[in-house]
Design a protein around this ligand. Structure first.
Ligand code: NAG
Ligand code: NAG
Ligand code: NAG
Ligand code: NAG
Ligand code: NAG
Length: 372
């Protein structure tokens, strides 16, 4: 049983330990069913690709990711939906885009989005990457805020859902938002675009393309990296991924999305931690690599080396205020490192996480306090 070997060491997993172990006993029969679904999906997608080459405007509406067009079908079929145009405008030569999602709470002035954009501006050779960044906006406020400061904004409408407020961690809105992201990213792959997906609480300090593996389909940053980029026991974090568009990744995203039904109530990342061992991955030939935290670090495991770090993620942290506080400190330390005056001590190390490092404990204390 592969399930037994899964480590759930990262912070999200801790909350889920008991429930997830109890449902893994039925996992194999579920997985057989899933595989059938995935096989069907694979056949279906083959047909869709044919369809799409006939009429690209119809493609989204006939996609296997149906809720993308839930809001108003005529918008897409009438070619009013600007997604194609937005992607084309932001694309690199090899059809690669950088994607992030944004909702109102993170889009406020002086909030996460400002720090995110600022990181590109003060990073080493990262400013030019902004012209390839597409901001996927989840509500009106995020969209108007994006339009005011960035050339590539896309409004991903969802009927009935309201992602405006800061969705509290692991609430049903939070889960809905996370799964919608997987669904959307699968659709982007189907449209033939490769992408770097980045949460907007990932600070871009150096060009990550220099550090990606050439031969991988799906590369993902880690909360905890254990030393070997092939090792499935690494603890991935879905907040930073580089995915090449091909048959294997399209199948994989479908498999991931539909695995939600096998593990109800789990976060996309926890589900990834289950399915990363599934034989389905070998069967489709998907090449997975885990990115070293020395280049792609975070508050769970900060990059040890200022001379190598590409990105730093405010992971292992809950609460907008905590993230803002610690990310502002992080950027300040980076600015000092990049400043032209030679510093008296050349030894740089992060002083973060600070408030983030106790944020989970404080949240749990609050929760248990209010319940009892
Ligand atoms: C769908 O979009 C079209 C074009 O924007 C609009 O005319 C129509 O009223 C919309 N329908 C619904 C149900 O929102
Ligand atoms: C793409 O860029 C062109 C030229 O800047 C602009 O006119 C057009 O509106 C853009 N398309 C979208 C969908 O943003
Ligand atoms: C920034 O990038 C340039 C060119 O890649 C390199 O020569 C320089 O050493 C880098 N600076 C730092 C502080 O990493
Ligand atoms: C979404 O939630 C926000 C804040 O809770 C509220 O102001 C807004 O009216 C809601 N929007 C919809 C469409 O329900
Ligand atoms: C961060 O923690 C310090 C001391 O632990 C506290 O004074 C400060 O208010 C906190 N900041 C935020 C934004 O929560």
């Amino acid at each position: 049983m592969t399930n037994e070997t899964i480590s759930v060491g990262h912070v999200v997993g801790h909350n889920q330990d008991s429930t997830s172990n109890s449902c893994s006993t039925n996992g194999s029969s579920f997985q057989r069913i899933l595989r059938r679904i995935a096989l069907f999906a694979a056949v279906a997608s083959g047909c869709l690709i044919l369809l799409s080459s006939i009429n690209p405007n119809k493609f989204l509406s006939s996609s296997f990711f149906p809720s993308l067009i839930r809001p108003n079908t005529s918008q897409v079929t009438n070619d009013i939906d600007p997604l194609n145009g937005v992607l084309r405008n932001a694309s690199m030569k090899d059809k690669t885009v950088i994607l992030t999602t944004l909702n109102d709470a993170w889009a406020e002035p002086d909030s996460i989005f400002d720090l995110f954009i600022e990181s590109f501006q003060i990073g080493n050779n990262t400013r030019g990457l902004l012209k390839h960044l597409v901001v996927i906006c989840l509500d009106d406020k995020a969209y108007s805020r994006c339009l005011a400061s960035h050339p590539h904004c896309y409004y991903l409408r969802t009927n009935g859902a309201n992602f405006t407020k800061e969705a509290s961690f692991m609430s049903s809105e939070y889960l809905e938002m996370m799964w919608r992201r997987i669904e959307f990213l699968g659709a982007i792959l189907e449209m033939g675009y490769s992408f770097v997906f980045t949460d907007s609480d990932v600070m871009w300090l150096r060009d990550p393309f220099q550090r990606f593996f050439q031969d991988a389909d799906f590369q993902i940053a880690c909360d905890i990296f254990k030393g070997n980029s092939y090792d499935r026991h690494n603890e991935p974090n879905g907040g930073f991924t580089y995915v090449k568009s091909n048959d294997r990744t399209i199948k994989f995203y479908k498999f991931w999305y539909f695995s939600r039904r096998v593990y109800p109530g789990l976060h996309d990342q926890d589900v990834l931690n289950r399915i990363k061992f599934d034989p389905f991955i070998e069967r489709i030939g998907l090449q997975i690599r885990f990115l070293d935290t020395v280049y792609f670090g975070g508050f769970c495991q900060p990059s040890r080396d200022f001379n190598l770090v590409c990105t730093m993620h405010a992971n292992c942290c809950v609460g907008l205020e905590n993230k803002l506080n610690d990310l502002a400190i992080l950027l300040e330390e980076w600015r000092r490192y990049m400043s032209p005056q030679p510093s008296m001590n050349a030894q740089y190390s992060w002083s973060v996480p600070r408030n983030c490092s106790t944020s989970f404990q404080r949240m749990r204390k609050q929760n248990s306090g209010s319940k009892s």
